[in-house]
Design a protein around this ligand. Structure first.
Ligand code: NAD
Length: 437
């Protein structure tokens, strides 16, 4: 199959590279010329483990290429739209500007039978709107629309694309279904479940999945608050409930609130859709509110642990919204760091991959070359992202570097008993705080 992938970001680049690995001929298209120039020179504009190798192998095999224009669209059997759908300022609705402008360009370029697929996360009805846009420009074009939302996670995107739990496809015609089946044929051989459904259901599946996962995280966070009040341990509670097959153990990790490029904007957009269609969702509404408050609550937790932060230096380990990505969109650090700064704290931070984005999104903090440099002379340390390299810190070195052996671990990467034993005041989430034993 010949595929054009419109939008070469986290989703478009990974999907394009993996589809070329499936054997298809893929052209990844983006409006940002520097991105395409870098990719043509073999540089990967984002940090995603394993991506560089897949891109290099498929470029070498002649199946994957990059372009700033839509000249590959006329020959394509399938055109995926994988552009951003951020929150629209003010009302939380998904901003579909990029999707619609891609649709207009596609309309001007398609030739022969083409399946146009929305891979971006888009509200119910968007695929039909895109169809109308294309139809208006090209009333006689031969094309079908399909919805094929993406479920990959940053940090494990390649594996997720190669071995997804399921693929969801919404389309109305047999011809489009055949094209989609052909595109995902290697996954058929793996026995990956493929859910064929209507476009509306497919669009809603993506939002419902993200809202449900966001709800699980938020539920765990509220249980963690109760644990702290009653002396229970959220790790045990999460394990105890997660072993129930009806609940499942994933996404029950208590922490500083969910962030990232999807859950925050997708919960807002679902809430907006629900309101617009007259079926408001109290659960998603509560999740959004609880999660917004959570980030500030965590900043206050740090403040309390430090006994006030004014004039203090805080070492912050981790800035990205989760490990193994350089993505900082809606990361908890974007609320917690400025809040601590506003209370007079000086922040010395280190993140293995986040500094480039941190320079754009945060100000007034010192970015250090490694964890120990960040710790040097600080009044205590806060763990904000659970990068593996923070899971094995040299405790003696940490204690020697800090003025006071205080660790606030908002990701629960250490055990309280262990931290007391090695001489830390240790504050975590949903578990008893401990002092050196
Ligand atoms: P991104 O911001 O990383 O990438 C989007 C790219 O599209 C940008 O490079 C931008 O320059 C390009 N673009 C915008 N308009 C264009 C146009 N008209 N023509 C060509 N290129 C254009 O975004 P992302 O994280 O890859 O997300 C893309 C979509 O996938 C969103 O709807 C998102 O919700 C969804 N999604 C993201 C993830 C994730 O983990 N990032 C996972 C699942 C789904």
């Amino acid at each position: 199959m010949r595929i054009a992938m419109i939008g070469t970001g986290y989703v478009g680049l990974v999907s394009g590279a993996c589809l070329s690995e499936f054997g298809h001929e893929v052209v990844c298209i983006d409006k940002i010329a520097e991105k395409i120039t870098a990719l043509k020179e073999g540089q990967i504009p984002i940090f995603e483990p394993g991506l560089e190798e897949v891109v290099a192998a498929n470029v070498k095999a002649g199946r994957l290429s990059f372009s700033t224009d839509y000249s590959a669209v006329p020959q394509a059997d399938a055109v995926f739209i994988a552009v951003g759908t951020p929150s629209r300022r003010g009302d939380g609705h998904a901003d579909l500007t990029y999707v619609y402008s891609a649709a207009e360009e596609i309309a001007g370029a398609i030739e022969g039978y083409t399946v146009v697929i929305t891979k971006s996360t888009v509200p119910v009805g968007t695929s039909r709107k895109v169809e109308q846009i294309i139809r208006k420009v090209r009333p006689h074009a031969q094309f079908d629309m399909a919805s094929n939302p993406e479920f990959l996670r940053e940090g494990s995107a390649i594996e997720d694309f190669r071995r997804p739990d399921r693929v969801v496809v919404g389309c109305d015609t047999d011809q489009a279904r055949e094209v989609m089946r052909e595109i995902y044929r290697p996954l058929y051989l793996n026995e990956t479940p493929i859910v064929f459904t209507s476009r509306e259901s497919s669009e809603l599946i993506k939002y419902a999945a993200n809202a449900f996962l966001a709800t699980k995280v938020t539920f765990a966070n509220e249980m963690a608050d109760i644990c702290e009040k009653v002396g229970a341990d959220i790790q045990d509670v999460a394990r105890g409930i997660g072993l129930d097959g009806r609940i499942g153990g994933k996404f029950l990790h208590a922490g500083p609130g969910f962030g990232g490029s999807c859950f925050p904007k997708d919960t807002l957009a679902l809430r907006k859709t629900a309101e617009d269609v007259g079926a408001p969702t109290a659960i998603v509404d509560a999740v959004v509110k609880v999660n917004d408050r959570r980030k500030l609550d965590m900043a206050n937790k740090v403040e309390t642990a430090f006994g006030g932060v004014s004039g203090k230096t805080i070492a912050v380990l981790g800035l990205t919204f989760k490990p193994n990505t350089d993505d900082m969109r809606d990361a908890p650090s974007l609320v917690i760091v400025p809040h601590l700064q506003s209370k007079g704290a000086k922040i010395r931070a280190y993140d293995p991959e986040g500094h480039k984005e941190a320079k754009k999104l945060l100000s007034g903090l010192e970015l250090c070359k490694d964890a120990y440099e960040a710790l040097d002379g600080a009044d205590g340390v806060v763990i904000l992202t659970e990068w593996n390299e923070f899971r094995a810190l040299d405790f003696e070195r940490v204690k020697n570097a800090l003025k006071r052996p205080l660790m606030v671990d908002l990701r629960n990467i250490y055990r309280p008993a262990q931290m007391a034993e090695v001489g830390f005041e240790y504050v975590s989430v949903g578990r008893p705080s401990v002092s050196p034993s």
